[in-house]
Design a protein around this ligand. Structure first.
Ligand code: CP
Length: 321
């Protein structure tokens, strides 16, 4: 279902909350804009003045290493003023509601909120209730969506493999609890990937998962056949409310990616993981640190991709537009 809340009257990005409802041309515009920022990391002065005078607030109600820091770096490289609020030491811990926190920050003339929250829909809620001039970017909400992770992963795939239309992609692991998986599947299908597979035990798949436009495998070796891109996922134990697996070691034996199992995919397949990785649970160190791994490239690409999304939401074109 289209989420028109994300687009302004001219069909341009206003908020970035989910991949759902965004078309191929908009996703491609994000990737092209990110491309225009990618060389900046090698420059002596890693800054452009696109968002000079704008104030961006990072509101992270859940832990984060990669997303929070790359959003902060991206905002700084666009010359915005950026504040990262530590929720653990904010007045949220004294009982202040989310809406009251937002109202108080609005009173400080904020232009953008970047929000991570454990509750699905939190970023949408803020976008619906915040002042009309403010943009909201979803940095991960519950089990629902992590759209900027999906876009930086699409950027990384395009950088290495060029054309989505010939690609077979496997998403492996805890699909049930993964906001990353939902956003990746939407983005891959929108960009026209040839096939998207999910590989997982039945207990870690949502009901009717095939309606997302994926083929389903329960055997890792079978599912890896002819695959170009492998996206590994962490077991999200913090979101599991019951025992869904016999043990971590049993899970690794069946669904963990090691060098032997990697051989079932195409020889030039790339291995991705949004992080944080749990070595020996879903991925072996020799694969995570091996020649086919692009895990740290994903992190680096997060800066340019998040710069693109923030610049576009503020109606500022990229470097070459
Ligand atoms: N991939 C990801 O969202 O990582 P963080 O939780 O460290 O931000």
């Amino acid at each position: 279902m289209a989420d028109n809340l994300q687009l302004n009257d001219e069909g341009k990005l206003k908020h970035f909350l989910t991949i759902e409802g965004l078309d191929k041309s908009l996703l491609t515009e994000i990737l092209d804009t990110a491309e225009s920022f990618i060389g900046m990391s090698d420059q002596q002065v890693k800054k452009v003045p696109l968002l000079r005078g704008k104030t961006i607030v990072n509101l992270f109600f859940e832990n984060s290493t990669r997303t929070r820091t790359t959003f902060e770096l991206a905002a700084k490289r666009l010359s915005a003023d950026v504040l990262s609020i530590s929720i653990a030491t904010s007045s949220t811990s004294k009982g202040e509601s989310l809406l009251d926190t937002i109202r108080n920050l609005e009173a400080m003339f904020v232009d953008m909120f970047v929000v991570r929250h454990a509750i699905s829909g939190a970023a949408h809620f803020i976008a619906r209730h915040t002042a009309p001039h403010i943009s909201v970017i979803n940095a991960g909400d519950g089990q629902h969506a992590h759209p900027t992770q999906a876009m930086l992963d699409m950027f990384t795939i395009r950088q290495i493999k060029s054309d989505f239309s010939s690609l077979k992609v496997a998403v492996i692991g805890d699909i049930l609890h993964s906001r990353v998986a939902r956003s990746e599947i939407l983005a891959l299908n929108t960009l026209g990937a040839a096939e998207v597979r999910v590989i997982a035990p039945k207990t870690l798949l949502p009901a009717h998962v095939e309606t997302l436009g994926v083929s389903v495998y329960h055997n890792l070796m079978e599912g890896l056949k002819d695959i170009d891109v492998i996206i590994m996922l962490r077991l999200q134990k913090e979101r599991m409310t019951s025992a869904l697996l016999p043990s971590e070691s049993e899970y690794f034996k069946c669904f963990g990616l090691n060098e032997d199992k990697l051989k079932y995919a195409k020889p030039d397949a790339i291995v991705m993981h949004p992080g944080p990785i749990n070595r020996g649970v879903e991925i072996d160190s020799k694969v995570a640190d091996g020649p086919q791994s692009v895990i740290l490239k994903q992190v680096s690409n997060g800066i340019a991709t998040r710069m693109a999304i923030m610049a576009m939401a503020m109606q500022k074109p990229g470097m070459t537009s």
